[in-house]
Design a protein around this ligand. Structure first.
Ligand SMILES: [Ca+2]
Ligand SMILES: [Ca+2]
Length: 343
């Protein structure tokens, strides 16, 4: 297992990649950036957040652990025993920290169980308290994104659970973006008097905001992956449309890629651009933001394999988490890793 095969392949171009903790420089085509290795030998770091003291806190999908990175020290804060793998893309997925984390030591998590995907509130060291249950679950298409929006409500991104009809069914929590409070109640102003904020999605894994404008990444099926601008009540077309189409009533993506180039997962807004982790495309897509319009996507951070987590850090750097230990990856000796720009 853990063959160096990946490393050799990844180094094919001009990339120089560190396999230990310490400084390294990677050539990333048009936007070469210095990269530091923050942590190695992780197991699919899925979502990264930052505590008020600046430490990074992240979920690991298959170990179901919540871990903390402070300086060079990694500690396990908790294990979500209620979570289970789906043998595919499920497990312990999204993470959001309580707005008063420093005093209540509480997180919100999105995870798979044997029967559903759910969202829970969890004081670290205590059992998970589910606040949203019944999100369709399957081996694949489990969604998993969990973020606080600028309006103070939680947003979760879900998958269709490999049942396409869920996406257009407003009574299903699958193939949706959900908006709710910290008790799991529908946020006021939601378009259908339910948790549902937008629908017609296939498998959404990441959401972030530029000001109050929401953008979410979406895995397409066999053809086209999407970046969507998310607005309340809109229908994003799945399963009738994959990528842009001309059907009235459907909202087209603002950017799209072939599946091979993308597999868009985590997303963050950093220094004037959206950064999108691409697992299939083994890179990060940088999409410049110019007011209300988006520039041409640029391929950056190639050479690290499958990138899933993308997290702008409070110290001005950008953290990235690899997913080379998952079923589709070819892990190098030190995968999975969390990497950071030098600022
Ligand atoms: Ca998150
Ligand atoms: Ca769509």
């Amino acid at each position: 297992m853990r063959a160096r095969r990946f490393a050799v392949a990844a180094l094919g171009a001009a990339a120089v990649v560190s396999f230990g903790v310490g400084p390294a420089v990677a050539q990333d085509g048009p936007s070469a950036q210095a990269v530091r290795t923050i942590a190695t030998k992780l197991d699919i770091p899925w979502d990264i957040e930052f505590a008020p003291d600046g430490s990074g806190i992240f979920t690991e999908r298959d170990t179901r652990k919540i871990k903390k990175i402070k300086g060079t020290t990694i500690t396990t804060l908790d294990t979500v025993s209620e979570a289970s793998t789906t043998g595919g893309e499920g497990g312990l997925l999204g993470l959001a920290l309580s707005k008063t984390f420093a005093t209540d030591n509480t997180v919100f998590i999105y995870y798979s169980t044997g029967s559903d995907n759910r969202i829970a509130k969890k004081k670290l060291g205590s059992p998970a308290q589910p606040i949203v249950t019944g999100i369709p679950r399957n081996r694949y298409h489990n969604g998993g994104g969990l973020e606080f929006g600028p309006d103070g409500f939680l947003y979760a991104t879900t998958g269709d659970g490999q049942n396409k009809a869920n996406a257009q069914n407003k009574n299903s929590l699958g193939g949706k973006i959900l908006r709710f409070d910290t008790n799991g109640k529908a946020a006021p102003g939601n378009p259908f008097n339910s948790l549902v904020y937008s629908y017609g999605h296939r498998n959404v894994q990441g959401i972030t905001w530029v000001g109050t404008t929401a953008y979410a990444t979406e895995f397409g099926d066999a053809k086209t992956d999407e970046l969507n601008k998310i607005e309340a009540g809109k229908n994003y077309g799945w399963p009738n449309c994959e990528g842009p189409c001309n059907t009235p009533g459907y909202t087209n993506p603002v950017k799209s890629w072939s599946n091979k180039e993308a597999g868009p997962a985590g997303i963050g807004f950093y220094k004037g651009a959206l950064y999108i982790g691409a697992v299939t495309g083994k890179r990060v897509w940088k999409v410049p933001v110019n007011g209300a319009s988006l520039g041409n996507p640029q391929s950056v951070f190639t050479g690290y394999g499958r990138v899933r987590a993308v997290a702008p850090a409070p110290d001005g750097t950008l953290w990235l988490g690899t997913s080379n230990q998952d079923n589709n990856g070819s892990p190098g000796a030190t995968d999975d890793r969390i990497l950071s720009t030098d600022g």
